[in-house]
Write a protein that binds this ligand. Structure first.
Ligand code: NAP
Length: 270
């Protein structure tokens, strides 16, 4: 089996990366950064987001696994102390895989024929540096509301514990094929009115955002931000692709939620 390792870049993560690489070589596993079947990210959830975007073109053939060198993560849920155990499990391939839904974002600019397609593991955030975001929101082809405010966040179930949670969104179990739309400080008065609550959309519902002014938008897809001008529409839905995680032991999602937000048993003070 071919594997690659992506490190956060700090000393602790780099040392662990070297250790894992050497151990797996002893088990005759091949290191291959071009066509890995297993991508090991060493760092945090942010590092796994980077690994995901690095190997976006190989989602069907690559499984991810995350080791945290800081605090417990949602994707990075193995501790450095467990590395030896993990390596023995990896060497015993084939391994079990769990799949999580992704978000598809299609951005249409007025001057371009083609839409630009993106996939997000956590979310897409729509903001502007020029005042408020003003957009019409259509759900499944019908006008739903006109939003005016700081911005909008459209998240995946596994991303629901990230930015979405900070915005008051619900935590969704990643076995649900859904996306969630959360508002950032909507303006509500007699002229502008939004529902106010986060919306959870099933896989067969598409949400379209149509800007009502000529402002440029800041689109953040996971950790990557770009500015777009002359945006005609932004369409969001559950993607047909999924992300695959290698599972070597049970670590149920609700336990991860508990251990991350309620108990500090894995907090090593970093
Ligand atoms: P960052 O600002 O350096 O770190 C964002 C934090 O979010 C890190 O602590 C990261 O964990 C954590 N995180 C990432 N994915 C998560 C998930 N699925 N569940 C729970 N926590 C998660 O940015 P970054 O490292 O480049 O990561 C980009 C992400 O930051 C975005 O996708 C967005 O979700 C999140 N974000 C959050 C807020 C907020 O909560 N107010 C605001 C902007 C962006 P690690 O420390 O393990 O890497």
């Amino acid at each position: 089996m071919k594997f690659a390792i992506l490190s956060k870049g700090d000393r602790k993560s780099n040392e662990l990366r070297t250790k894992i690489k050497n151990y797996l070589a002893e088990f005759k596993l091949e290191y291959d950064e071009d066509t890995p079947e297993l991508v090991i990210s060493v760092g945090g959830d942010g590092t796994l987001l980077e690994a995901f975007h690095t190997y976006l073109h190989r989602l069907d053939d690559t499984a991810f696994i995350g080791i945290h060198t800081g605090h417990l993560g949602f994707y990075a849920d193995w501790m450095p102390e467990e590395v030896e155990k993990l390596i023995i499990e990896i060497a015993r391939t084939p391994f079990q895989v769990v799949e999580y839904p992704l978000l598809e974002v299609m951005i249409k600019q007025k001057e371009h024929e083609e839409e630009e397609r993106h996939l997000a593991l956590n979310e897409c955030a729509i903001k502007t540096s020029e005042g408020s975001v003003v957009v019409d929101i259509d759900i499944k082809g019908d006008h739903f509301e006109t939003f005016r405010g700081d911005g909008l966040c459209i998240s995946t179930p596994s991303g629901s514990t990230a930015y979405n949670k900070a915005l008051g969104g619900a935590i969704l179990h990643p076995s649900l094929e859904a996306i969630q739309v959360t508002e950032m400080a909507s303006i509500n008065n007699r002229v502008f009115r939004t529902v106010g609550s986060p919306l959870v959309l099933p896989a067969h519902h598409t949400c379209v955002f149509r800007p009502l002014n000529e402002k440029s938008f800041l689109f953040t897809i996971d950790h990557l931000t770009r500015t777009y001008s002359n945006v005609e529409s932004i369409q969001c839905r559950v993607a047909k692709e999924k992300v695959r995680f290698a599972r070597f032991r049970p670590f149920p999602f609700w336990r991860r939620v508990h251990d991350s937000f309620i108990s500090d048993q894995y907090n090593d003070g970093e």
